[in-house]
Write a protein of this length. Structure first.
Length: 607
């Protein structure tokens, strides 16, 4: 959340920073702004709303100079207005900030008492005012920045430029990501490698607590004690072309169509084609003997984790504790020593999941993370990373990362079952075959898109929608409801199908459609009975099933989608694609901003 981009060099800074912000806009789009040094003077342009508004401002009031910083905001403190937009600054300094300064009220009171005049409602402005205060007292930019950073509590990635100091930029990170890009006579700062992708492939990531002093020729890194340190330059494989829409109307549409590809790529990494065995890298624990697993994640990744729990418990007989990352550590659960911590995150930067990772490590659990961003903070702090190979996911609503996470969790389950003796060779072969069939079956789901669009016609008219599922189809229902809420702004709730009669059944009437995720298999009959109960009360049923379940469902449901027949193990993957397409089609009918829904941002780097 919140994107930061900066450059010091020899070319005009504004277009470079602006294009960097374009690639970071998925992280926040409440407002945007850029500051440059124009003949040594700080100049700022800011605008509320999306980057296009800033572009319009820059058109009439261009910004000159070769040193610049920019920001896309997802507001935490202060309304999303132009006045609260970053960069914040004075005549001496301009800063951009991602994170939350938790002691900002104390610092603000202190600075106001010293005569500093604040202009915004944000926590972030405290950083600018404190640096300004130290500069006014005669300190150098480096001294003022370091002195300020020592006073900050909370989380930050920050970039600063200083009046009269062309070619100087100072960055720092504590709990929020920041990367330095190395160019030819120019250097860059960015929230992630995506921001820097077309500018350079040579990137160094700041460690937590690091500070970096950047000039066009070099970057000097300092650790949290202020000691100079080296940070390795990595050559990233990411190319700019990977982040286009490829002719699709939205990134979400493109990413939905990438489901088969990313499942296939992820399997390629985890399954040996010669032996058809799942091969994991060396693990931080012995899978055969771990007593329990703890899964934690946020949002869609949490639902992927719930499906993982069904698999790990049923197939590998591993008891699983699971909770959302923002709650896990507050419960202070008495975790069994020797358990394996398992985290799931697309960005690897989600603040709540990162905090949970640290909490699990602090009590001595080994941590395995299922991550899409392999250069992320979580990747660095985990004992083992299983990569999801989904490529950049730009749409704020996650789609392909989810099925890639499921693919990894399915492979982990197989490896775990083998190690624990709950899955014999034939069983492993059957499940691996089911996985290898998945990319083709996932592609077949799109042949139902027109029918799902008809279903969306009903959903788009509703104010409230219920999603129902049993077993591993229950978290799929949760994912469907979340996706619908996120991008169509229609209220949706998911219930375990058997729970409906314990409360939500009172909601049912003609105006509340019920979306059921009901694959054929052992739970089919019981789920069908729950749907009959809803039907008997006037509920309009919309069902995602498969060819074997379609006939019975079409007798009671208004729309039935017969998704491709797959092994029961992998039905959640196929069903997920169905409910995600439903959310997308509904959002199209509602005319919402599919890729950048209101109030949201991807990569939630604040708690
Ligand atoms: N607290 C700052 C930055 C917000 C942020 O990083 N969001 O992810 C603000 O509200 O501007």
């Amino acid at each position: 959340m919140c994107g930061i981009c900066g450059v010091v060099g020899h070319r005009p800074a504004t277009p470079i920073v602006f294009e960097g912000l374009r690639r970071l806009e998925y992280r926040g789009y409440d407002s945007a702004g850029i500051a440059t040094l124009d003949e040594g003077r700080i100049e700022r342009r800011r605008a509320a709303g999306k980057l296009d508004n800033l572009a319009a401002v820059l058109e009439t009031q261009p910004l000159y100079g070769t040193t610049g910083i920019g920001h896309t905001r997802w507001a935490t403190h202060g309304a999303p207005t132009e006045n609260n937009a970053h960069p914040h600054g004075t005549s001496r300094v301009a800063i951009v900030h991602n994170g939350i300064i938790e002691n900002f009220e104390t610092l603000r009171t202190e600075l106001e008492a010293e005569g500093q005049v604040f202009e915004t409602e944000t926590d972030s402005e405290t950083i600018a005012q404190m640096v300004d205060y130290y500069l006014a007292a005669g300190q150098s930019p480096r001294e003022a920045a370091f002195a300020t950073l020592r006073r900050l509590e909370g989380a930050y990635a920050v970039a600063m430029i200083f009046a009269g100091h062309e070619g100087l930029m100072i960055g720092a990170r504590h709990g929020a990501p920041l990367a330095v890009g190395f160019g030819d006579g120019e250097m860059f700062l960015g929230s992630d490698s995506l921001a820097l992708a077309p500018l350079t492939r040579r990137i160094a990531y700041l460690d937590d607590g690091d500070c970096v002093v950047i000039t066009p020729e070099k970057a000097e890194f300092f650790d949290h004690t202020g000691e100079p340190v080296e940070r390795k330059i990595q050559v990233t494989a990411l190319i700019a072309g990977a982040v286009g829409k490829d002719g699709y109307r939205h990134y979400m549409e493109k990413e939905l169509h990438e489901h088969p590809l990313v499942i296939g790529q992820t399997l390629q990494r985890m399954v040996d084609p010669a032996t058809r065995k799942v091969v994991l890298p060396p693990l931080p624990c012995d899978l055969a003997t771990i007593p329990r697993g703890v899964i934690t994640a946020c949002g869609s990744a949490y639902y992927a984790g719930m499906i993982g729990r069904y698999w790990l418990e049923e197939i590998a007989r591993l008891p699983i504790d699971i909770d959302v990352a923002s709650e896990l550590r507050y419960r202070n659960p008495p975790l069994t020593p020797g358990s394996l911590g398992m985290l799931i995150s697309q960005s690897g930067e989600t603040a709540d999941t990162l905090a949970a990772l640290r909490a699990l490590k602090a009590i001595g659990l080994p941590v395995l993370s299922v991550l899409n961003a392999e250069h992320s903070t979580m990747a660095r702090e985990s004992d083992l990373v299983l990569g999801t190979v989904a490529g950049p996911e730009i749409s704020v609503a996650s789609t392909k990362a989810f099925t890639a996470q499921l693919t990894v969790l399915a492979c982990l389950t197989i490896a775990m079952g083998r190690a624990r003796g709950t899955l014999d060779e034939a069983g492993e072969d059957e499940l691996v075959t089911a996985l290898l069939d998945l990319p083709g079956k996932a592609a077949e789901v799109f042949s139902h898109q027109a029918d799902i669009r008809k279903m969306a016609g009903i959903v788009a008219e509703a104010r409230d929608v219920l999603y129902l599922g049993r077993g591993s189809a229950y978290p799929v229902a949760m994912e469907g409801a979340l996706k619908l809420k996120e991008i169509s702004y229609i209220h949706a709730e998911a219930y375990a199908a058997g729970e409906m009669k314990h409360g939500p059944i009172s909601l049912i009437d003609r105006t509340v459609p019920i979306v059921a995720t009901i694959p054929s298999g052992p739970l089919f009959e019981k789920t069908l009975s729950n749907l009959q109960e809803a039907k008997a009360r006037g509920g309009r049923l919309l069902a995602f099933t498969d060819e074997a379940g379609a006939e019975r469902l079409s007798a009671i449901a208004e729309h039935t989608i017969a998704l491709p027949e797959v092994h029961p193990f992998v039905t959640p993957v196929i069903q997920t694609i169905g409910v995600q397409i439903l959310a997308y089609e509904t959002a199209l009918l509602k005319g919402t901003d599919v890729d950048q829904p209101r109030n949201l941002a991807k990569s939630v780097t604040v708690e």
